[in-house]
Ligand binder design. Structure first.
Ligand SMILES: Nc1ncnc2c1ncn2[C@@H]1O[C@H](COP(=O)(O)OP(=O)(O)OP(=O)(O)O)[C@@H](O)[C@H]1O
Ligand SMILES: [Mg+2]
Length: 463
């Protein structure tokens, strides 16, 4: 996006200030408004990405009510807009209230044009970054990506490509990955991308059902097969007929049932418990486990022949800590969609909170990330989620002790660089200043830590 497409709306009742500000933003497409009505009209007709908003607007120049109402209306119409609130009053309350209503930043008058232009410039850059992110996501959604799955990780994109390919082939897919990595999401994708998408998707969790019930759950039972079997009931395998059966936590399947499941997979016939006839069933099986099945096979706690039947195609899902591109992406998207579902107003993460999210190892993977974001959203005082709200620090510290000193040093260095770059909006010159090193040194360090190096336009001019 180039500078000349940037649009800024300035809302102030004083003509002098409007003129001064318009003059300061040479090269930006500036619109001016003097009260709530004209501001909303301008933002509706030709939306700006950044708004400078004075809180004291007519007819209540001395209070914040008109400004806050304008802010609320603008956020509702254009939720991604970056609003910078200008307060004539020094009261912090209004500033905080504005942030709670979704404002990006606030600025206390009197005007210092240098400062205001800097804040506005940062707001534009953040808006453009987010816009680019949204665009990439929309694009990804249309091409090859799986429904409901967000990723920018090359490893995970490979997983998605394999899933799509296997889905069409009607082979048995075994999905292996740590808890919370998205195994069920991928299993559902196998179904929805397959020729059986119109058929049922039936899931059964082998770890959650007691051994003595699991057999009748899977294979069904005839009336009178055991006490309590009042009527003939088809099992999950039959229910999945013409569709997909998802066997979750397959590593917990008891030995006796492993033999019975194998027989079904070879013959494609089920015999209900207490039944005497075999019923042909046409299903596709997808299974998942967070256990190391290969070791289980070696230790003979999982049948090798069953392992090969279930894993005609095997997919390994990388844990979240090996997908640095995904942490913030999933956190931000989950926050937005969860708040939307709950009917709650928009919130955002502070730069420090984002840094913490990207540094944390997430042993519980996406599920843990979602839970912590939810809790943080509930516990935050206003619309800004801080690091403390995520409750990560103690855990992170406990984990840090597991590293060698050399690893710890390297991690700390990488984190400091990451933080500085986040604070400086990716501007290497500013980040170097924050870190107290020269720009070439920082480039060298970024190379060593495999950080993406994208010299920004600002960098070049700042030199
Ligand atoms: N890449 C992703 N993008 C968006 N949401 C995701 C992604 N991966 C996982 N999720 C979400 O995270 C949660 C956990 O995923 P899922 O249940 O598929 O994991 P799992 O590997 O089956 O976990 P468990 O081992 O705990 O059963 C779900 O709400 C899922 O929708
Ligand atoms: Mg699961």
């Amino acid at each position: 996006m180039t500078e000349n497409t940037r649009k800024l709306l300035i809302v102030d009742d004083e003509p002098g200030i409007r003129r001064q500000l318009k003059w300061a933003f040479d090269g930006v497409d500036v619109q001016l408004a003097e009260d709530r009505k004209s501001a909303i009209a301008k933002q509706t007709e030709n939306p700006s990405s950044v708004v400078l908003l004075d809180l004291g607007l007519p007819p209540n120049q001395d209070g914040p009510s008109e400004g806050l109402a304008t802010l609320k209306a603008i956020m509702e119409k254009t939720p991604h807009v970056k609003v910078i609130v200008m307060t004539g009053q020094t009261e912090r309350d209004y500033a905080l209230k504005s942030i709670a209503l979704g404002a990006y930043d606030f600025y206390a008058k009197p005007l210092d044009l240098d400062q205001v232009t800097l804040i506005v410039e940062r707001a534009f850059r953040l808006y453009e970054l987010e816009e680019e992110n949204r665009r990439l996501q929309a694009e990804q959604q249309g091409t090859g990506a799986l429904p409901g799955l967000l990723t920018n990780s090359p490893a995970m994109k490979e997983v998605c490509t394999s899933i799509t390919r296997f889905a069409r082939a009607d082979v048995a897919v075994l999905i292996i990955g740590e808890s919370g990595t998205g195994k069920e999401l991928l299993a559902r994708a196998v179904h929805s991308q397959s020729g059986r998408a119109e058929g049922p998707f039936v899931a059964i969790n082998c770890a959650a059902i007691p051994e003595n019930l699991l057999e009748s759950e899977l294979f069904g039972y005839e009336k009178g097969a055991f006490t309590g079997a009042h009527r003939t009931t088809p099992g999950k395998i039959e229910q999945a007929s013409q569709g997909t059966l998802f066997l979750d936590e397959i590593g917990d399947l008891p030995m006796a049932l492993q033999a019975k499941l194998l027989r079904f997979l070879q013959e494609r016939m089920v015999e209900r418990v207490g039944g005497r006839r075999e019923i042909p069933v046409d299903i596709r099986v997808v299974s998942a486990t967070n256990k190391d099945v290969e070791t289980m096979v070696a230790e003979q706690s999982f049948r090798e022949d069953l392992y090969f039947r279930l894993g005609e195609a095997v997919v390994s899902v990388p844990p979240l800590r090996e997908r640095p591109e995904d942490k913030v992406l999933i956190a931000q998207n989950f926050l937005d969609s969860w708040l939307g579902e709950q009917g709650l107003p928009a919130m955002r993460f502070s730069a420090n909170a984002l840094a913490a999210i990207s540094q944390f190892d997430w042993p519980g993977n996406v599920r843990e990330l979602q839970n912590r974001v939810k809790r943080a959203a509930v516990s935050a005082d206003d619309s800004l989620i801080e690091t403390a709200d995520l409750g990560l620090d103690a855990k992170q510290a406990a984990e840090a002790t597991l590293y060698t000193l050399k690893e710890a040093r390297q991690r700390a260095e990488a984190q400091a660089i990451n933080n500085a770059l986040l604070h400086a909006d990716g501007n290497v010159t500013k980040a170097a200043k924050l870190l107290g090193v020269s720009r070439p040194t920082l480039y060298q360090l970024m190379r060593e830590h495999h950080q993406k190096i994208e010299p920004s336009k600002d960098d070049v001019t700042a030199n």
